[in-house]
Ligand binder design. Structure first.
Ligand SMILES: O=C(O)CCC(=O)C(=O)O
Ligand SMILES: [Fe+2]
Length: 388
């Protein structure tokens, strides 16, 4: 995640936000004259852009933006509320079934703890290694009275006319990968079709990745319960001495990750502690410690002195991709595979230290800053990362 927030950038962001608000108000006034649905949709879209593109506007301004969205929706877009079935899709898989915990690229399982550690045990010695707390978030409203696996519920928290940023393409390291803004309802139709259908292979994969959806839809934020561990002011781990918490007021960055079966985040590192909550579907996780970096084949940092066309692909966290591995930990097959040859140091030094697991709905994963991590969804999956 870019933490760049110099005064010039902040001023630019504020100006962009104000511009979006003005444009949206112009559209809203137009609605009073014309009752035109298109103007109302445009008004809401400008406000969503203010939240998405400018980053989190200051607290008061975010409330103001959300308030205008609600008013425009109530006044001009009531007829757009679709009558979609509220039936709750079955929870799949059945709990405890079909755990896909084996990957040829990871010799170990991520430890699963029978009992959550006390806060003091977490701070004093648990926070420097990954672990899973099975079922720890089973009480979240998101898995109960406000089920995030229900497209009906997810539409209702947004109301009509909302847009969201999505990644298009299977892998952010490839040239055909791009990002776009699209209607939330259209995205949900693709990710959670009314009848569970196979993802058509000629359709590009859409992934709402690393996006703070909770700024746009605060009702979803209320469906998550932040674990107390997140507020425990951890010091830098020995193998990542430059750790600093996120610079926002809460020192916590929450992101949503929602996509169909088969979305992949290639192995990469982030500079934060992470509690990663699995709310819908199963997700396979691959992890390796920070000191394996020399054998992870990260993409080289961009060389600005070379006059070469550069790969326009960006990455969830770092436009240069120097925090991303070239090794495909999910596609690399067993040791005899030809995949082994180009990445021999990976097979020699990383595989025996790497860990994997498949998270189920309700599980909470923890890993420290600098750890290599890769994720693959096994079916439609909705997760929340909490960086702190
Ligand atoms: O869920 C994913 O696809 C990636 C999550 C991730 O990279 C993170 O939480 O930092
Ligand atoms: Fe990450």
């Amino acid at each position: 995640m870019s933490q760049s927030s110099g005064p010039a950038l902040t001023r630019l962001r504020n100006a962009y936000t104000d511009g979006c608000i003005l444009q949206s108000l112009a559209d809203a006034f137009d609605c009073y004259d014309t009752r035109a649905e298109a103007s109302a949709l445009s008004s809401v879209a400008w406000l969503d852009k203010a939240i998405i593109i400018a980053g989190a506007p200051g607290e008061g301004k975010l409330d103001f933006i959300l308030d205008i969205i609600e008013r425009v929706q109530a006044e001009f877009l009531r007829q757009c509320i679709e009558d979609i079935p509220s039936d709750l899709p079955p929870e799949f898989p059945q709990r405890g079934m079909n755990l896909l915990s084996h990957l040829p690229t990871a010799a170990n399982a991520i430890p699963r703890l029978d009992r959550p550690p006390s806060l003091s045990a977490f701070v004093s010695h648990m926070a420097h290694q990954p672990f899973i707390l099975p079922g720890f978030i089973r009480d979240w409203p998101a898995l109960n009275e406000h089920p995030w696996r229900s497209p009906h519920y997810l539409r209702s928290v947004a109301g009509p006319g909302r847009i969201v940023p999505v990644e298009v393409g299977d892998d952010y390291r490839t040239d055909d990968w791009t990002q776009m803004l699209m209607p939330w309802t259209e995205f949900l139709d693709s990710v959670m079709p009314p009848v569970q259908t196979m993802h058509a292979s000629d359709q590009p994969t859409l992934y709402l990745a690393q996006h703070n959806l909770f700024h746009q839809f605060p009702a979803l934020r209320a469906d998550a319960i932040i674990p107390d561990y997140v507020y425990s002011s951890l010091s830098p781990p020995p193998d990542f001495p430059h750790y600093e918490p996120p610079t926002n007021a809460d020192q916590l960055v929450m992101n949503a990750w929602l996509g169909p079966a088969g979305t992949i985040s290639p192995a990469h590192t982030d500079p934060f502690y992470n509690f990663y909550a699995q709310v819908v579907g199963r997700k396979t996780i691959w992890l390796a410690p920070p000191d394996t970096s020399p054998s992870m084949y990260p993409y080289p940092p961009p060389d600005v002195t070379l006059d070469q066309p550069h790969n326009p692909a960006s990455n969830h966290t770092n436009p240069s991709m120097s925090n991303t591995s070239q090794v495909d930990v999910f596609r690399a097959s067993d040791q005899s595979s030809t995949n082994r040859t180009p990445f021999s140091a990976f097979w020699e030094n990383v595989v025996n230290r790497a860990m994997c697991t498949t998270l189920e709905p309700g599980d909470l994963l923890f890993f420290p800053p600098g750890w290599w991590h890769a994720m693959r969804s096994e079916e439609t999956s909705f997760s929340v990362s909490m960086w702190f």
